[in-house]
Design a protein around this ligand. Structure first.
Ligand code: MYA
Length: 434
């Protein structure tokens, strides 16, 4: 890969997590979170004794009708992502500013289809695609989005009508000017106006206070390409061909999954909801939401969902993953890196370890045809049952899960105190965020 310093796959994935792990001495104390200490979130180190909402009950009428004032020269905008040129503006903002890559060797390769899938699930609201423009030039310089989600907390049986917050991004030239709190307060206002008071979000950085922390896991599919672009090192005691052989996958799937179709939606959803009863925090889907998240526009290049049927034609298992490639810059051999992220899956098998190993191995095999070079997942769900057998390795990136305006007892994110995968143990995190 030319003269660029090799980057390990772990480094790459740390960037994907968009946050650096802090040493204990770098970690801020609660009093130093000037913004977050004013928000309805649990304090760091707070011992949760009772679960439930933090802010006392308000109604949408208590919430101002007008947006928060912005610093002069800037204005709020509701981005119309049905409009291709506005989608392009969002693409450009995120392309240049979302991933902090000091070498500028790769960028997320968002597509219009990806944004439409991620930002327009059933129940989406245009005012939840909230941007900031420079008044004079109209340039888009910041963005934050909310999408509807129903969360179920299985231990208490509570269902929360909620939103997911994602794609918070501020132009690099406007960083450290306390604009993020303004964006967060504005999206809170817009969501509260719809009588919604909870939000789920994830991030690499530590904020008050994670309800769970998961660790990124990576499974090289095309090891030589990852090596070529400098993302995978050759371990000292290995040869290139031994690495390639180690990660080689069969061309034939074992469980013979087929692509999920619209008529499968109800059956697969039932299977998923049943399977997910074991996790502490899950997403509840209505059939039309599930159809959107699993099938996209029906012929999606972004989301892939497969089902396994038994001889009677009943669906016994399913898996899904989404594709979000990287553009590789300044590399003579490759201009794109294919990346898949494990999404939802379920099985009715009682032999979880061997069945999930077969199922996810089949997912890896199917992913090859979509030019996937590395397959990622977290230590959430039941992933620790297949990680080792399917040759995933732990990355350096961590993902923290947060819930706004709700206290929860801590949830098992699938890693122990030393951040190692807790093998063969169901985690508490059943929900997957993009
Ligand atoms: S996670 C993806 C976040 N985006 C990126 O990492 C892209 C690259 N980075 C940037 O664009 C900027 O660095 C951002 C911060 C925008 C992240 N979540 O304006 P500032 C706090 C929450 O001077 P900047 C995603 O999209 C920080 O601790 N807060 O900072 C989910 C400090 O507060 P405090 C964050 O660097 C987003 C304050 O902001 C984050 O210029 C979920 C500093 O502001 C972060 N990722 O801009 C958002 N990063 O003083 C919360 C920094 O207290 C949603 N900060 O330490 C909450 C629910 C809202 C809806 C509720 C409805 C009911």
């Amino acid at each position: 890969m030319g003269d660029q310093p090799p980057k390990s796959i772990e480094e790459l994935m740390k960037l994907l997590a968009m946050g650096q792990e802090l040493t204990p001495s770098q970690q801020k104390e609660m009093k130093d979170y000037r913004f977050w200490k004013t928000q309805p979130v649990p304090h760091l180190d707070e011992k949760i004794t009772k679960e439930g909402p933090i802010d006392k009950l308000k109604t949408p009428n208590d919430i101002p009708n007008e947006p928060l004032p912005l610093i002069k020269d800037f204005e709020w905008v509701t981005l119309d992502i049905g409009n291709d040129s506005e989608l392009d503006e969002l693409y450009k903002l995120l392309y240049d500013n979302y991933v902090e890559d000091t070498d500028a060797t790769f960028r997320f390769k968002y597509s219009h289809e990806f944004f439409k899938w991620a930002l327009k699930p059933p129940g989406w609201k245009k005012e939840w695609h909230c941007g900031v423009r420079v008044k004079e030039t109209g340039k888009l310089v910041a963005f934050i989005a909310a999408t509807p989600v129903t969360i179920k907390l299985n231990k208490s049986g509570t269902t929360l009508t909620s939103v997911e917050i994602n794609f918070l991004c501020i132009h690099k030239k406007l960083r450290n000017k306390r604009l993020a709190p303004v964006l967060i307060k504005e999206i809170t206002r817009r969501v509260n106006k719809n009588d919604i008071w909870q939000a789920l979000y994830t991030g690499g950085s530590i904020l008050p206070t994670p309800l769970a922390t998961c660790r990124y896991q990576h499974r090289p599919i095309n090891w030589s390409k990852l090596h070529d672009v400098g993302f995978s090192h050759l371990p000292p005691n290995q040869t290139k061909s031994s690495m390639v052989a180690n990660y080689a996958l069969s061309n034939q799937t074992k469980l013979k999954p087929r692509l999920m179709e619209e008529h499968d939606v109800e059956q697969v959803l039932q299977l998923l909801h049943k399977y997910q009863e074991k996790f502490d925090i899950v997403q509840l889907f209505k059939p039309e939401e599930f159809k959107h998240w699993m099938l996209g526009n029906g012929n999606s290049n972004v989301i892939k969902a497969y089902v396994v049927e038994n001889e009677k034609g009943d669906i016994t298992d399913f898996f899904s993953y989404y594709l979000l490639p990287f553009t590789v810059l300044e590399n003579t051999h490759h201009d794109e890196l294919g990346i898949a992220y494990l999404f939802y899956y379920a099985t009715d098998s009682k032999e979880i370890k061997s069945r999930l190993t077969d199922l996810i191995n089949d997912a890896l095999i199917t992913a090859k045809q979509f030019s996937v070079d590395v397959f990622n997942c977290l230590t959430s769900q039941d992933n620790s049952f297949f990680l080792k057998n399917c040759k995933f390795g732990s990355g350096d990136g961590y993902l923290n899960y947060y819930l706004f305006n709700y206290k929860l007892f801590p949830i098992n994110g699938g890693i122990d105190e030393d951040k190692q995968v807790k093998e063969d143990e169901t985690s508490g995190v059943g929900v997957v965020l993009l």
